[in-house]
Design a protein around this ligand. Structure first.
Ligand code: GDP
Length: 422
């Protein structure tokens, strides 16, 4: 059986509601802490005259990160029941926004941490809205600090009802609402003896129900080309299987060229030879005939090709402090591809207060909108869908700064008088 790739999750919520504490607790209670880490936390807590302060763990990871010790800075792995997860950590609100939007956090699930005593706050609401707009398909609410409510069933139920009302209003489906104490460890990885009345899942049980990346293996195959490596006289096409799976002997289409090739070998470069590669895995393919795709090209199956369009309707999460106007040009990054695009029209702007759409001439600073992007050549893409990397475009300016998240919705109608270039 092929090993599954780690499931990326994000932990969001209002400041001080307990995100860092939860991360420390999760790592500890799932046995994912490196040797010596716990002792280090206990010691630094003791020095400050405190009981074990779980959030110090994150601080200590943060220090390593600043010193460049941790290789992959924003990803904290943990394991449970033989399955791997990775917490995509995005310290600070702006960084969080950017990470969420760029798909650096192509998160499968989000844990929304809410202080049960304080209830939903400003950032709870904003983060929840972002989860919806970005299309995270699994949201688990952690009602944290229920120890402060004395684990009282009625008080917890009241806190839960108000958070459910908010999320219902924002039309965010919730997988589970888990009453918990990150600090005390109640209902995180172990069922709390303090809440015998609670029948729902613990946090780790709720996470175990989130589909693994390999669940996308039964969709049509897609692999954006990252690079082509040459060894003596053989070439390997490297990339991550975003969905579907590929076996030796399968036929693939090299998107931009529309040429077909057969998979002759899989993963023979710095990794053992495999018979197949599944969604979520990074791999390398040797193709016959020995065609040479470019970085950014998309490999797909002949029977279920992606869409091809030069004008694309796009949802825009605008990050710049200045407004966006029609006619501005950017680079659209889509997986490993880069396309030059121009904003052809601004079709609607989302009112952040009530999430309604209305027409507008420009996208306000940090606004959300629907726009049409025009490219000089056809772009291969799959429409954005939650919980996948499909259509997760990012707009980049000339200075290589990320200026917006741009999930692609679908091909746009041509404007009157305009001719298709294909
Ligand atoms: P963050 O800003 O969301 O990362 O919040 P922290 O994890 O730093 O927690 C903020 C404060 O809340 C810290 O003093 C924690 O010790 C405290 N805290 C976190 N979880 C709990 C909990 O379950 N119960 C109680 N009583 N305090 C908690």
């Amino acid at each position: 059986r092929l090993r599954d790739a780690a499931t990326p999750i994000v932990i969001v919520g209002h400041v001080d509601h307990g995100k860092s504490t939860l991360i420390g607790r999760l790592l500890h209670d799932t046995g994912s802490l490196q040797d010596g880490k716990l002792a280090q936390i206990v010691e630094s807590s003791r020095k400050r005259g405190l009981a074990v302060e779980w959030s110090f763990l994150l601080d200590s990871l943060q220090i390593e990160r600043d010193q460049g010790v941790t290789v992959d800075s924003t990803r904290i792995p943990f394991r449970m029941d033989g399955r791997e997860f990775v917490i995509v950590d995005a310290p600070g609100h702006r960084q969080f926004l950017r990470n969420m939007i760029t798909g650096a956090a192509d998160a499968e699930a989000a844990v929304l941490v809410v202080d049960a005593l304080e209830g939903a706050q400003e950032q709870t609401r904003r983060h929840a809205m972002l989860l919806r707009l970005i299309g995270i398909s699994h949201v688990i609410v952690l009602m944290n600090k229920v120890d402060l409510l004395g684990y009282d069933q009625e008080k917890v139920a009241a806190a839960e009802a108000s958070v459910r009302a908010l999320l219902g209003q924002l039309e965010i489906p919730v997988d589970a609402v888990v009453p918990a104490s990150a600090r005390e460890g109640d209902n995180i990885a172990e069922r709390s003896p303090n809440m015998p009345w609670y029948r729902g899942p613990t946090l780790t049980e709720a996470l175990a129900d989130v589909p693994a990346p390999s669940s996308r293996s039964n969709l049509a195959f897609r692999m954006p080309v990252q690079d082509v490596y040459r060894f003596d006289d053989v070439r390997f096409v490297a990339g991550r299987v975003e969905r579907g799976q590929i076996k030796v002997g399968d036929t693939v289409v090299i998107g931009a060229h529309r040429t077909m090739a057969r998979v002759a070998e899989i993963g023979a470069w710095h990794a053992p030879v495999q018979a197949a590669a599944i969604a979520g895995q990074s791999t390398a393919l040797r193709l016959e005939p020995d065609v040479i795709p470019d970085r950014g090209d998309l490999l797909h199956t002949p029977d279920a090709p992606p869409l091809r369009a030069a004008r694309i309707r796009t949802r825009l999460f605008w990050l710049r402090q200045e407004p966006l106007r029609v006619g501005e040009s950017f680079t659209l990054r889509l997986a490993t591809a880069e396309h030059q695009v121009t904003v052809a029209s601004i079709d609607a702007v989302v009112d952040m207060d009530d999430l309604t759409e209305r027409p507008a001439q420009e996208v306000p600073p940090e606004g959300i909108a629907e726009i049409t992007l025009a490219a000089s050549e056809a772009i291969l893409f799959d429409p954005f869908s939650p919980g996948s990397s499909d259509g997760r475009g990012v707009l980049v300016d000339r200075l290589q700064r990320i200026v917006g998240g741009a999930p692609l919705i679908g091909p746009a109608e041509l404007a009157p008088g305009e001719r298709s270039i294909h």
